[in-house]
Design a protein around this ligand. Structure first.
Ligand SMILES: [Zn+2]
Length: 285
C-alpha cells in the first residue's frame, strides 16, 4: 500500500510553552486502581449510595450486591457485581477516588458514588462516566475501545491493522484510544523516544517489526507503571538508583525536557493531536 502521510515539521516553541493544566490518567493508573480496589472490595457485599444524588438510580441497583471483580480496559473501569449489573466508570479529566476507613466520614464535595465495604469506603467524585450497564451493553462499549497492552486478552494484530492503514502521524495515532488503549500523552512521547522514531512519521510507514517493538515497549512500560503507580520509563540499567527512588525529573527521558538526554539538542515541543508533544529531531528520525 502507498503511504501518503504528510510530514509536518514541528514548530519549535522556545518559550511560553504551557504545561498541561489537568492530566488525564493513563492506562497504568486505571489498571492500578482496578487492582487495588479489587483487593479492597472484591467478594464483599457493598453498601452503595450516591451522596450527591446524580447516581441515585444506579446506586439502588447495586446496593447490597457483592462486588465480584474490578477490571480495567484502557482508561475505563468495570465493576462486576453479582447478578447482571456492571458499573462502568471513566474518570475523564476530573474524576477522583478517595479511600476512607469504614465507617466513613461525611462525604466531601459532590460524591457521585460511595462504596462502603467491611473495612474500607471508596468515594468517587467528578467522573466523566458512571453508569450501570448489562452484559450486552458492556460488550458493545468495549468494542469501541482499542487493544490494551496491559490486558492478557489483547490482540495487537488488530491495532497493527489500523496503524498500517493510517496516514496520520504515529504520535497522534498513539493517543487514539480506539486503536491502542491506555497510552496517553506522556507514554507516547517516551515510547517514540525510546524507539528513536520521530512522532511525525506517518503510521503507515511502520514495518511490522517496528510495530512489534512499539507494542512490547508499551507492555513493558505500562507494567512498570502499574507496579510503581507512576510513569517510569528508565530501566534499572539506565538509572544509578532503584526505580522507586527516582525523582520525577529522573523518571522520564524526553517528556517536558528542555534538552535531549542523549545528544543535548534542544527538545522540540509542539501540539500534536491537540496535546503537547516532545521529541528530539536528532535522536528521532
Ligand atoms: Zn537527541
Amino acid at each position: 500500500m502507498r503511504c501518503w502521510g504528510t510530514i509536518v515539521i514541528p514548530v519549535l516553541q522556545v518559550s511560553s510553552f504551557h504545561s498541561d493544566v489537568k492530566i488525564m490518567p493513563e492506562g497504568h493508573t486505571v489498571h492500578r486502581l482496578a487492582r487495588d480496589q479489587s483487593k479492597w472490595f472484591s467478594g464483599q457485599r457493598l453498601k452503595v449510595s450516591s451522596p450527591q444524588g446524580r447516581f441515585a438510580e444506579g446506586s439502588e441497583l447495586l446496593d447490597g450486591r457483592t462486588l465480584k471483580s474490578v477490571e480495567a480496559h484502557g482508561k475505563h473501569l468495570y465493576y462486576f457485581f453479582s447478578g447482571v449489573h456492571v458499573l462502568h466508570v471513566h474518570l475523564g479529566l476530573y474524576g477522583k477516588f478517595r479511600l476512607h476507613a469504614s465507617p466513613p466520614p461525611e462525604p466531601r464535595g459532590a460524591v457521585r458514588v460511595r462504596f462502603i465495604g467491611k473495612t474500607n469506603t471508596l468515594d468517587l467524585n467528578g467522573p466523566n462516566q458512571c453508569v450501570v450497564l448489562n452484559a450486552q451493553q458492556i460488550a458493545d462499549s468495549r468494542k469501541k475501545i482499542g487493544e490494551d497492552p496491559l490486558r492478557t486478552d489483547a490482540n495487537p494484530e488488530r491495532a497493527w491493522a489500523r496503524i498500517q492503514k493510517s496516514k496520520k502521524p504515529i504520535g497522534q495515532l498513539l493517543l487514539d484510544q480506539s486503536i491502542i488503549a491506555g497510552i496517553g500523552n506522556i507514554y507516547r512521547a517516551e515510547i517514540l523516544f525510546l524507539m528513536s522514531v520521530h512522532p511525525t512519521r506517518p503510521s503507515c510507514s511502520f514495518t511490522h517489526e517496528e510495530f512489534d517493538e512499539l507494542w512490547k515497549t508499551s507492555v513493558r512500560l505500562l507494567e512498570v507503571g502499574v507496579k510503581y503507580n507512576r510513569i517510569i520509563t528508565k530501566s534499572r540499567d539506565e538509572s544509578d538508583k532503584p526505580l522507586s527512588k527516582l525523582t520525577s525529573e529522573e523518571r522520564l527521558w524526553i517528556y517536558k525536557k528542555e534538552f535531549s538526554p542523549i545528544c543535548a539538542s534542544a527538545t522540540q515541543k509542539w501540539l500534536l493531536g491537540n496535546r503537547q508533544m516532545y521529541a528530539c529531531a536528532v535522536c528521532q528520525r
